[in-house]
Design a protein around this ligand. Structure first.
Ligand code: NDP
Length: 246
């Protein structure tokens, strides 16, 4: 049986990678899906088209996470298109690594704007529509808990901020039956972190398991959090990292 029948989901940053896998999996589980992108219009349209070809409903919306109004408008457009909203996945994110001495205030602001402020803006816009059984799923990182490499101060900070935002929102929204959780992926083979990249051997050396995870691994966990079986889970962080932080 489809787990997300009659649900409407908005997945940010779903033109490729983890977001695209979540959007496709949610659609397979019966949800209508709006997906956002920053620049990859063709790829986002392709994901939406793939979903429609399989009989699902999907739209692609341009919304730069650095622009809160664009993010808010994507939430409103989702509701206009599909008549409601039940699940928000705040997945869109950026990563860059530089020594603290080289980072600028602009770097700080940009990292926080895309990885944190957009999550706040989207969530605040979404709660106007989410009712009992509503779901907010944030995509963090195992580096929120442990940063094994130099250069990751801003990225780790932004993902740690999502832990606090998740816990606080869970408290605010629990009485309305809305759950808020954060998934902390480890090395997942995407454009952001290709399994054949220059640091992939090093990343493998940190794992308990032997290889990178796939975007579908994260989509499976997101599907659990989006569905009825996770109803009693809120304010939680779920690490899925091949044992990187173990
Ligand atoms: P990718 O770089 O492969 O894909 C990023 C997605 O986010 C794309 O759809 C991209 O859109 C979108 N995006 C990027 N910047 C913006 C922006 N400013 N506004 C709106 N959308 C944007 O990343 P992943 O799939 O690997 O990562 C997804 C999430 O998972 C991120 O939050 C990341 O931090 C997190 N994560 C990933 C890990 C990994 O190993 N891959 C590990 C831990 C966490 P477009 O195509 O238009 O650029």
């Amino acid at each position: 049986m489809e787990k997300l029948q009659n649900k409407v989901a908005l997945v940010t940053g779903a033109s490729r990678g983890i977001g695209a896998a979540i959007a496709k999996r949610f659609a397979r589980e019966g949800a209508s899906v709006a997906l956002t992108y920053q620049t990859s219009k063709d790829k986002a349209e392709q994901v939406a088209q793939e979903i429609r070809q399989l009989g699902g409903k999907a739209i692609a919306l341009r919304a730069d996470g650095a622009d809160p109004q664009a993010v808010i408008s994507a939430v409103d457009k989702t509701v206009q298109e599909f008549g409601g909203l039940h699940i928000l996945v705040n997945n869109a994110g950026i990563a860059f690594y530089h020594d603290i001495s080289q980072l600028t205030l602009e770097d700080f602001d940009h990292m926080m704007a895309v990885n944190v402020r957009a999550v706040f803006a989207a969530s605040q816009a979404a709660i106007k529509y989410l009712g009992d059984g509503g779901r907010i799923i944030n995509i963090g990182s195992c580096q929120a808990e442990r940063m094994p490499d130099p250069g990751g101060s801003l990225y780790a900070m932004s993902k740690s901020a999502l832990v606090g935002l998740t816990k606080g929102m869970a408290r605010d929204l629990g009485s309305r039956g809305i759950t808020v959780n954060v998934i902390h992926p480890g090395p997942i083979d995407t454009d952001m972190n290709p399994a054949s990249g220059p640091t992939s051997a090093y990343q493998r050396s940190l794992m308990a398991l032997s290889d990178f995870g796939t975007a579908n691994d994260i989509a499976a966990l997101a599907t659990y959090l989006a569905g009825p079986e996770s109803a009693y889970m809120t304010g939680s962080g779920l690490t899925i990292d091949g044992g990187t932080n173990s």
